[in-house]
Design a protein around this ligand. Structure first.
Ligand SMILES: [Zn+2]
Length: 302
């Protein structure tokens, strides 16, 4: 599975001094949305929330990822008093908290009127849809956790931390049962926005000061444990509704066009690979390009 966004470098000091670069794989996001989104909305969102998700889901996914990468990971200065990289202080808790921080910066900015002004979202309704989606995200990610009662993935931990905090501390989100199914419901958007800001402040302080104890308390309390009974329900519903846990993608092949001398003078995109062949090429088990036939000696050969 390819990532949907890449942001480098990771080193805080280099980022603060020189900045960083972001790539968004919009084709992957788009394909994923087409494969999964409609079924997901029907199964996991409350009936009254579905129309909003169908309307704004793909715009919101793109914007959440873009703001996560470009505004999220890229921002936030650490304390001048901190020695060394926050990663070395927060150790095993660093990555999940850094993902949560980037997610919260995206959520925090969703209601900024500037987004409507520059045409990034059509209306504040799209921001509301993003919040309702985020609350439900914490439910449907459980379809990927088939065993145990612990989340290992840092992105999942980040989402679970945020939604768990908003549910328990601010009361902005609640779990409800309808027709034998569990849903996540946003009770109060304004309270959710306040909670997002508050938690962002807390996590930024923890990172900026390298506060290991607070990182540990927050992560252990909200990010790690899941309810196995709820997970079993979600896994069964996903299977029933035909919502896959993961989606694999076949990428276009970038095919070089070479001059007689072997020099590349152009490339074109081809859509010929199957997944297995492509993975074998990417892992070096097959050559990326077909070997170039050796020129036949002039006058002889065929
Ligand atoms: Zn990230």
């Amino acid at each position: 599975m390819p990532p949907i966004g890449i942001n480098l470098p990771n080193e805080e000091e280099i980022r603060e001094r020189y900045g960083n670069k972001s790539v968004s794989l919009v084709n992957v996001m788009d394909s994923y949305g087409r494969a999964v989104h409609a079924k997901m909305v029907d199964e996991f969102f409350l009936p009254e929330d579905r129309a909003l998700q169908q309307k704004f889901g793909s715009i919101d996914d793109l914007l959440q990822t873009t703001m996560h990468e470009v505004l999220g990971h890229a921002s936030g200065k650490v304390s001048d008093a901190l020695k060394g990289d926050p990663r070395d202080h927060l150790r095993e808790y660093y990555s999940a908290l850094e993902e949560a921080r980037a997610e919260l910066i995206a959520l925090f900015n969703f209601f900024d009127p500037k987004l409507v002004e520059i045409g990034a979202i059509p209306s504040p309704e799209a921001a509301e849809a993003a919040y309702r989606d985020y609350a439900t995200n914490d439910l449907y990610l459980l379809r990927r956790v088939r065993h145990g009662d612990v989340l290992e993935d840092d992105h999942m931990r980040a989402t679970h931390l945020i939604v768990g905090y908003l549910r328990e501390v601010t009361g902005a989100i609640e779990l409800v049962r309808r027709d034998g199914k569990t849903y996540s419901r946003v009770k109060n958007i304004a309270a959710m926005r306040r909670g997002v800001a508050e938690l962002l402040g807390t996590i930024q302080r923890i990172k900026g000061e390298g506060d290991y104890q607070a990182a540990r308390d927050l992560t252990e309390r909200y990010a790690v444990r899941i309810d196995p009974a709820l997970r079993d329900e979600i896994v069964a519903r996903a299977r029933q509704a035909g919502v896959p846990s993961y989606v694999a993608f076949v990428m276009p092949d970038v095919v070089p066009e070479r001059a007689m001398t072997g020099e590349v003078w152009d490339v074109h995109l081809a859509y010929t690979s199957d997944l297995a062949t492509q993975m074998l090429k990417y892992s070096g088990k097959l050559p990326l390009e077909e070997p170039i036939p050796a020129p036949s000696p002039t006058g002889k050969g065929r």
